[in-house]
Design a binder for this molecule. Sequence first.
Ligand SMILES: *Cc1c(COP(=O)(O)O)cnc(C)c1O
Length: 219
Amino acid sequence: MSIKQNLHTIQSSLPEGVRLVAVSKTKSVEEILEAYQAGQRDFGENKIQEMHGKWEALPKDIQWHMIGHVQRNKVKYMAPYVALVHGVDSLKLLREIDKRAGQNGRVISCLLQVHIAQEESKFGFDATELEAMIQSEEFGKLTHVKIAGFMGMATFTENQEQVRAEFRSLKALFNQWQARLPDLQILSMGMSGDYKIAVAEGSTMVRIGSSIFGARDNH
Ligand SMILES: *Cc1c(COP(=O)(O)O)cnc(C)c1O
């Protein structure tokens, strides 16, 4: 199947209101262009340097999503153009994004990453940490970031009921916080292997790579 066909198949399986981010990490400019020519405009990368090179080479109406763990010292490179930062997992990082957004005369939309998986390796806030940060005086002073939603990754497991329960817990937390954070609209959850469950549990944004572009060489 071609990239175009894969995109079409996935798009037509998504309910209205669920946005597809094509995860293009490790993929070439040519492959991204193929998706672009099929109408795709949202692309996700997990390394700032790699995203930057692609941003320079590709059409400027692409919306670039930073979906990976962000190193603070690299925020300045993406601040002029990044559309959405999915993996915000500390106040320190948020402060750096706020500062660099200000320098560029922008307000950068961010998603707070929430830890829902049982695996230790996944980044993110738990419910208590989220509460503490959002309540903090410093958080209230940030003016160049918009907290547009939450992002989460489920455990990598065959156990679909576990995955479902993890997504469900994130959706519940999202609903709870929506009452207090008016800009909260995006719930980014679901990848190639689990996006159907995520969508059933209320995802509004899926991040899909290998089902569009084929398997990556993981190293
Ligand atoms: C790589 C990646 C994806 C896409 O994974 P696929 O299984 O290829 O769909 C989604 N989200 C994040 C955070 C990723 O790093």
